[in-house]
Design a protein around this ligand. Structure first.
Ligand code: ADP
Ligand code: MG
Length: 245
């Protein structure tokens, strides 16, 4: 997939959106770009129009702003602006962390796109097919490209609890917990594993930095994590970290 724009957000409730989305007195959709841009403050407008002027290059733009400052509104505006300028909504990637935030982001961006620009665009609601959480979009991409990376399309996804249980089974099979001193719990093992793969940091470093009390278990943890990965591969399953990496 070629992505034209990748946008990431967390979200908050809105009220301006309601104004933007109200039908105009004659019942037609709210007018196009000029009106909608006028409702943005200067900073929002700069972000919305970033790199879209003639001859401008839309390089990355990082916006850091507090809760309730209008980030989601800006993103929704950015989506509408890009589509109005001719970008295919299916080539806009919109990502956020939680499902709730993703639903809110999709709703607001989709509604603004559909209603505020309805008259000027052929795209309907649901046009934003690549909007969601990092995990859901990761899962979808993996499902689409699974065969190309040697994964069966029918893979299943373990949530955190399932992954801990698999870790516990592997741990038990290896017998690493059958010692006098207490081996880290399945939850801790998974957290350490996750930190190693997510941060692309060596186990030694993760242990020394954040799990000093587990340093003595490095050899066993190395074995455990190898076995955990093999078990996932053998059963055609992915954990949440696999969706992101
Ligand atoms: N330029 C603006 N003028 C007036 N109200 C705005 C503006 N931008 C955002 N808002 C309103 O402020 C509230 C918070 O905006 P929102 O985009 O949800 O913020 P954030 O995502 O940063 O938490 C919403 O009710 C939104 O409609
Ligand atoms: Mg928000």
């Amino acid at each position: 997939m070629q992505v034209n724009a990748a946008l990431c957000d967390d979200t908050m409730p809105d009220s301006l959106m309601d104004v933007l989305l109200s039908p105009s007195p004659d019942g037609s959709a709210v007018a196009g770009a000029a009106d909608f841009l006028a409702l943005l403050n200067t900073q929002q407008r700069l972000a919305v129009e970033h790199g879209t002027g003639p001859g401008q290059d839309a390089g990355p733009l990082l916006v850091i702003a507090g809760a309730g400052s209008g980030k989601t509104h800006t993103l929704a505006g950015r989506v509408a602006h890009l589509v109005l300028k001719g970008t295919d909504p299916q080539r806009i990637l919109l990502l956020t962390f939680t499902r709730r935030a993703a639903a809110e982001m999709e709703r607001r961006a989709g509604q603004l796109l559909h209603r505020a620009l309805g008259a000027a665009t052929r795209h309907g609601p649901g046009a934003l097919q690549w909007a969601g959480t990092f995990h859901s979009v990761g899962a979808r991409l993996l499902r689409e490209y699974a065969p190309r990376i040697g994964l069966q399309e029918s893979f299943t996804i373990l949530d955190r609890g399932d992954a801990e249980d698999l870790m516990a089974i592997v741990r038990h099979e290896l017998g690493v917990d059958a010692t006098k001193r207490r081996f880290p719990t399945k939850t801790t093992c998974l957290k350490i594993y996750s930190r190693v793969v997510n941060g692309e940091v060596a186990l030694t470093e993760v242990l020394e930095r954040d799990y000093a009390w587990c340093v003595a278990w490095e050899a066993q943890l190395t074995k455990l994590f190898d076995a955990y990965v093999r078990a996932k591969q053998a059963q055609n399953i992915l954990d949440l970290d696999d969706l992101l990496l």
